[in-house]
Write a protein that binds this ligand. Structure first.
Ligand code: CO
Length: 470
C-alpha cells in the first residue's frame, strides 16, 4: 500500500548525464525514451481532482553505448505558465475547473482556444517536430534533446476540431498519421483526419453525425478501415455551454444503449457498417485486422465508466479506487451486414496501457500484447503482463513494492520481423513505493525477465504514455 507517492508532485527538474545501472543495458539500444505524465497536482494551495489533470512533465531517457542519461522538464504549456505566474488554475482541465471567483469570462470551454493545452497524455512526431498531446487540439512542440517547450504546433489547415485523441496512428506504407477528433454542436460529429508525415496540413476523411457523442480516447485502424468504439458514456453537447462544471462531469453512463462499433472506409470516409456490442467502457484499443469478411478489434475494456471516477486523485491516494477492472476483449464485426458484434474469449487477466509490436503489426493479425495489470483491488497497477492472444498464455513480472508503468516494446534491430514479434526489449518506468524512487527497467520482451535497470534519485509520478525515438 505504498503507491501513494506515485500521485505526489515532483518539482525538481534535472539533467543527469549517466544514471547508476544494475545488470546490463543492451548496447544495441540506441535512442531516447520519452515518457509523458502529470507531475504537479496542486496550484495555489488547491488540489487537482483527477489523475488526468496534473501538469505535464516530460522525462527523457537517453540510451546509448550501454549507458542511460536522464532529463526531465515541465511542459511550459500556457496552462502551466499561467497557473505558475498567477498562482491559480486558469484553464479548464479534464475534471478540475478554475475557481468561480477567478472565473471571469462569460464561459470558457475545455476544448476551445482558451481550453487547456496541458498536454500530459502522450508524445508523437509529425512534420519533423516532437509533440506532446492531450485531448484538446492544442499540441505542444518540444525539443527532443533539451525538452524545452517550443510553443503550439502550427497547423496549416482549418479543421475546426473541438477535441482530438492523444492516440494517433501512423501508417508506414502511406507515410501518414491518422487521428480521431470530435466537433460539438446541435449535431456533433465524429471526425477522422490524415496528415502526411512531412506536413502540418491535415485532411478530413470522416465526418459522421451523432446526437449524443461518446467519449473516445483511442481508435483502431486496419489497411482498409477505421474502427471507432462508441461506449455508452455520452454527453449532450448543449450542456457544455449551459453548465459550469468540469468536462468529465458532463458525461452520463447509459448502459441500456450498449456500445456501438462504427467502421469507416479509409479511402472515401463512408460508413461501411455498424455493429452493436455490450455496454462497456474503454480507453485503449489494442489492435484491429481484417479476416474473411470480418473485422476483428481487440481492446482493453472496463465493465463501466466508473473506471473514470476510480482515477480521481483522492481515491488513488487512499487506495479506495477498488478493482480497476480493465480486461482484454475481442469483438468480430461482420463487414457485409449490420448486426451484433460477436465476442471471442481472451484470457481474463487484468491488462491496461497495452502496447504491441506496432510496426509492422498494427492493423494486421498479431500475437503478443504487453501491458500493466492490477492483482489486488487495494493496490494500484502492480505488475507487467505479456499476453499471447493466440494461445492464451499469460506471463507476468512483479516485484515487492514495485509499480510499473506502460511497457514500450523496442524490437532488436536485426530481428526477423516475421518470426520475431517478441524479439526485443520492454522499457518500463517502475516506482518503488517505500524507497520513493523510480527506475527505468529493461526486460526481455519474450519472457519478461529483467535485463537491467537505471536508477533515478527521485520518484516519477505515475504517467500515461511514451515513445521510443530510435
Ligand atoms: Co491513453
Amino acid at each position: 500500500m505504498s503507491s501513494r507517492i506515485g500521485f505526489e508532485t515532483l518539482d525538481d527538474e534535472m539533467t543527469l548525464e549517466s544514471l547508476p545501472t544494475e545488470g546490463e543495458i543492451p548496447e544495441w539500444l540506441d535512442g531516447t525514451l520519452v515518457r509523458n505524465g502529470p507531475a504537479k497536482f496542486e496550484v495555489g494551495g488547491r488540489n487537482m481532482n483527477h489523475w488526468f489533470d496534473g501538469f505535464a512533465m516530460l522525462h527523457a531517457f537517453r540510451l546509448r553505448d550501454g549507458e542511460v542519461g536522464y532529463r526531465n522538464r515541465f511542459l511550459r504549456s500556457d496552462a502551466y505558465t499561467e497557473a505558475t505566474e498567477e498562482g491559480n488554475l486558469t484553464r479548464r482541465e479534464f475534471a478540475t475547473d478554475p475557481c468561480r471567483s477567478i472565473f471571469k469570462r462569460l464561459f470558457q470551454t475545455f476544448f476551445g482556444n482558451d481550453g487547456t493545452d496541458n498536454a500530459c497524455v502522450n508524445v508523437t512526431r509529425a512534420a519533423d517536430k516532437h509533440i506532446a498531446m492531450t485531448e484538446t487540439p492544442m499540441d505542444v512542440v518540444f525539443d527532443l534533446e533539451t525538452l524545452e517547450t517550443e510553443g503550439h504546433f502550427d497547423y496549416e489547415d482549418d479543421l475546426g476540431l473541438d477535441t482530438a485523441s492523444a492516440h494517433p496512428h501512423f501508417d508506414f506504407d502511406r507515410e501518414e498519421l491518422l487521428n480521431l477528433g470530435l466537433n460539438f454542436g446541435g449535431t456533433s460529429h465524429y471526425r477522422i483526419y490524415t496528415q502526411p508525415a512531412d506536413s502540418g496540413s491535415r485532411a478530413s476523411v470522416v465526418r459522421h453525425p451523432v446526437d449524443r457523442p461518446g467519449y473516445m480516447h483511442s481508435f483502431a485502424v486496419t489497411e482498409k478501415y477505421v474502427v471507432m468504439t462508441e461506449c455508452p458514456w455520452v454527453l449532450n453537447p448543449l450542456t457544455l455551454l449551459a453548465f459550469d462544471k468540469p468536462f468529465a462531469e458532463h458525461f452520463e453512463w447509459k448502459p441500456e444503449q450498449g456500445s456501438r462499433f462504427l467502421v469507416f472506409d479509409r479511402n472515401d470516409g463512408e460508413l461501411v457498417t455498424e455493429a452493436s456490442g455490450p455496454a462497456m467502457f474503454t480507453f485503449h484499443h489494442v489492435n484491429a485486422w481484417e479476416d474473411r469478411g470480418s473485422l476483428y478489434v481487440d481492446l482493453s475494456a472496463y465493465p463501466s465508466a466508473a473506471a473514470v471516477e476510480s482515477l480521481m486523485l483522492d481515491r488513488l491516494r487512499t487506495h479506495s479506487h477498488g478493482e480497476l477492472g480493465a480486461r482484454m476483449r475481442r469483438f468480430e464485426i461482420p463487414l457485409n451486414e449490420t448486426s451484433s458484434a460477436r465476442e471471442h474469449a481472451l484470457p481474463e487477466h487484468s491488462l491496461e496501457l497495452p502496447r504491441i509490436d506496432y510496426r509492422p503489426r498494427n492493423g494486421r493479425p498479431y500475437r503478443y500484447v504487453w501491458g500493466v495489470g492490477q492483482s489486488d483491488p487495494g493496490e494500484f497497477i502492480d505488475h507487467l503482463v505479456k499476453m499471447d492472444v493466440d494461445s492464451g498464455e499469460v506471463s507476468t513480472w512483479s516485484e515487492d513494492d514495485a509499480y510499473p508503468g506502460e511497457p514500450v516494446f523496442v524490437p532488436r534491430p536485426d530481428r526477423d520481423p516475421d518470426s520475431g514479434e517478441d524479439d526485443g526489449v520492454i522499457l518500463s518506468v517502475v516506482l518503488k513505493g517505500e524507497d520513493e524512487r523510480s527506475h527505468l527497467s529493461i526486460m526481455d520482451a519474450a519472457d519478461l525477465e529483467e535485463i537491467g535497470r537505471a536508477r533515478l534519485p527521485h520518484h516519477i509520478p505515475f504517467g500515461f504514455h511514451g515513445h521510443f525515438y530510435g
